[in-house]
Design a protein around this ligand. Sequence first.
Ligand code: PEP
Length: 249
Amino acid sequence: MRQKIIAGNWKMNLDRNGAAELAAAIVAGVADDEVLVVLCPPSIYMEAVVEETMGSPVVVGAQNTFYEEEGAFTGELSPQMFADIGCQFAILGHSERRQIMGETDQIINLKVHAAIEAGLRPLVCIGETLEERESGSTEAVIRRQFSESLAGLDEEAFAHIVIAYEPVWAIGTGKVATPNQAESVHSDLRKMIENCYNSRLAEQVSILYGGSVNSENAAALLAQPNIDGALVGGASLKAGNFLAIVRSC
Ligand code: PEP
């Protein structure tokens, strides 16, 4: 059975105490390990969150990493550094990094390889803009991002990947994809894995949906056969809302 995952992307929010308190409240509310809960705090507060989650079924992820292990890369943090402090996942290719920081599929691909090398599980975001959806190019965009950002992975490496389908028009907008819209892209993604690798791997990879998920719309999305969890932004900043999404998984 595929792993169910609910990940919270806290983005550039909270302060040290707020991050520790939110992590503690989520740890207290996660009853079992049926759903893997991943908290992605701002990097500077990661150690505080790692401390709060230690010994619990909740794990920690980075919101981004660099693709080199060490050296003269001012301001960057390597995947090895994140792994060193107890981080297990790394969100890579989030649309905010693609759009604001200019990250390309090629850069994301370097980061994916580096993260796996460091022992992190990449949570790779893929998704079309509103313009791309309206012009009918959703499938082509998803296919391009899939093949370029995940290029060059053998089957063993790909087994570490988690994919998040995040339509850009749904992120932080309150405009959630319908369960059918999301399911259609998720099932295309699973077919792409099957075509590039095999059906065993395709059945194994968790594909999350992200984009304005909240406690009201989560259950319908998560009931879809190819939606294995959610990457949650805004609604992950309040323990009650986030835990309600975890419970609906
Ligand atoms: C995100 O940042 O990945 C996200 C899905 O944000 P939101 O839930 O706020 O749309």
